[in-house]
Design a protein around this ligand. Structure first.
Ligand code: PEP
Ligand code: MG
Length: 551
């Protein structure tokens, strides 16, 4: 038996076979060859395979998303057959006597930078496509292609790290648990695992080889452990723990339908965070009072090109209709930082977390923003949608957003398209926004505090960097003071404040948030019933009398 410690992302116990995901990804090395002809032959065969795969993907996409959505796979096939691209690869192989992998990687870099430097938007857009087709070729040449999860039954996914775009594409029904060797607790992959409500660990530092792959594994999410090839005793002990946990979960189910009200009569809204329409099942199962954060950027991350207005409209409408009279807060796209999306063609940045992300993209590329706003305003006819804007730092940004919203409404009016009247709020996730929350409160209908980013920007600790964990005090007095200030300022202006960052689900702070007067907590669906239990057992006035305030 091998045992590794990781950081707990979500509790629960999973028992099943381990599947090492992305096992093959290798570095491309430059290797000399005596036989360039053979390398050219390998490259041509790989091209044939890639074209076959792409034509399969084209057919599948045609059925699922129609002609325009499928077109990209056709373009990729043509690009693989492009004379210049092929000549460059074959030239590098022959003139330098090197392996096909190196020639493909080199050509990809050269072509991508050439496209990226072009004036024409369409041509610049080809840089991502060149990288994409080259990665496909490399995976075929290296025999490392990951084609989803090839397992007969649900598995424990073990990976080095997972990008949000990889995580959204996994078939969730096949995943019992996630364990990554690296990665941080605040990463979006961790957040996705929480939304799915499955046991998950990050930073478990385990090997990704045959000593792990295919073995029986046990993930103890709360305990932060993964056992590989467990001995009899451990297996029996953990099976028993899993049963007990199941019983506890069932007990929590009895809290469904109850109000979130403290012993002394203070109530609070408990909403759910989601990233996808598919997460709605978890929302309903856990009796959320609404959706406090729909991370709409996942609609963009799971695609190869911009989702159309119609595609977005359908998703927002489904969520709004499913939730009926309950509020659904949809956050406009928060692409950038760790959520990279190739077709956005974002400039490479030294400090992406301090770079062009979220509302900054929307304000500099209003055509993308307007498409999303049109879809949101149209969908708000079908339920209680509220729109939320991320990464705000100034009143000026909010005013600019309002101007764009007015333009969108005028255009819809001119076209005779019906739309609703959604509430509009902002995320408070930068120190600047928190400090001027009195001014911002006059401009919007509500605030939602994004403690994940607020923590990273307040403490100057990169949320992705695990090496800084000891400096990341999530209960730092500066964070609690900021939250309290924002709540106070919002109430003075007659609007409400929620928390949608991960801190909202921290059971050590539930009483404190109630004492501050936080109006809403939006958490992963699986955290709602445990929080309701804590709220039902709290007497806020008693707590206020006795607490030793340390912030
Ligand atoms: C946050 O920053 O707290 C938040 C909720 O947004 P995200 O985690 O998606 O950046
Ligand atoms: Mg954020």
């Amino acid at each position: 038996m091998q045992v590794y410690n990781g950081k707990s992302v979500f509790g629960g116990i999973a028992i099943g076979r381990i599947y090492v995901y992305g096992k093959g990804k290798k570095q491309v090395k430059r290797e000399r060859t005596q036989d360039p002809e053979a390398e050219i032959k390998r490259y041509r065969e790989a091209t044939g395979t890639a074209i076959e795969q792409l034509s399969g993907l084209y057919e599948k996409a045609l059925q699922e998303v129609g002609e325009s959505g499928a077109a990209i796979f056709e373009i990729h096939q043509m690009m693989l057959e492009d004379d210049d691209y092929r000549d460059s690869i074959e030239n590098i192989i022959t003139t330098q006597s090197v392996n096909a992998e190196y020639a493909v990687a080199q050509t990809a870099d050269n072509f991508a930078s050439m496209f990226a430097s072009m004036e024409d938007d369409y041509m610049r857009g080809r840089a991502a496509d060149v990288k994409d087709i080259s990665e496909r070729l490399l995976a075929i040449l290296q025999g490392t292609q990951e084609q989803g999860i090839r397992a007969k039954e649900p598995v424990i996914i073990v990976a080095d790290d997972l990008a949000p775009s990889e995580t959204v594409q996994l078939d969730k029904d096949m995943v019992l648990s996630f364990v990554t060797a690296h990665g941080s607790l605040n990463s979006h992959t961790a957040i996705l695992a929480r939304t799915m409500g499955i046991p998950a660990l990050v930073d478990a530092r385990l090997p990704l080889d045959e000593t792990v792959d295919g073995m029986l594994g046990i993930v103890d999410g709360a305990g932060g452990m993964i056992y590989i090839d467990p001995d009899e005793d451990t297996l029996t002990r953990m099976q028993k723990a899993r049963e007990e946990e199941q019983e506890k979960k069932e007990l929590l189910q009895t809290l469904k339908g109850r109000e979130n009200i403290t012993l002394d009569g203070q109530s609070i809204l408990l909403y759910a965070n989601i990233g996808n329409v598919k997460d709605l099942a978890m929302v309903l199962r856990n009796d959320a009072g609404g959706i406090g954060l729909f991370r709409s950027e996942f609609l963009y991350l799971e695609r190869e090109q911009f989702p159309t207005e119609e595609e977005q409209f359908q998703s927002y409408r489904t969520v709004a209709e499913t939730m009926g009279k309950k509020r659904v807060i949809i956050r406009t796209l928060d692409i950038g930082a760790d959520k990279q999306c190739d077709y956005f063609q974002l400039e490479k940045e030294e400090n992406p977390a301090l770079g062009c992300r979220a509302i900054r993209i929307c304000l500099t590329r209003p055509e993308i923003f307007k498409t999303q706003l049109r879809a949101l305003f149209r969908a708000s006819m079908y339920g209680k949608i509220a729109i939320m804007y991320p990464m705000i730092t100034s009143v000026k940004e909010v005013r600019r957003i309002k101007e764009i919203v007015e333009e969108v409404k005028r255009e819809l009016d001119a076209q005779g398209v019906a739309y609703g009247n959604p509430e509009q709020g902002i995320m408070i996730e930068t120190p600047a926004a928190a400090i001027i929350s009195d001014l911002l409160a006059r401009e919007v209908d509500f605030f939602s505090i994004g403690t994940n980013d607020l923590t990273q920007y307040l403490l100057a600790v990169d949320r992705q960097n695990t090496a800084l964990d000891e400096f990341c005090d999530i209960h730092h007095p500066a964070i609690l003071r900021m939250i309290s200030l924002v709540v106070e300022n919002s109430h003075k202006a007659g609007i409400w404040t929620g928390i949608c960052g991960e801190l909202g689900a921290d059971p050590e702070l539930t009483k404190e948030f109630l004492a501050m007067g936080v109006d809403e907590l939006s958490v992963s669906p699986g955290r709602i019933l445990p929080l309701r239990k804590a709220i039902l057992e709290t007497d806020v006035s008693e707590y206020k009398k006795n607490r030793q305030k340390n912030w």
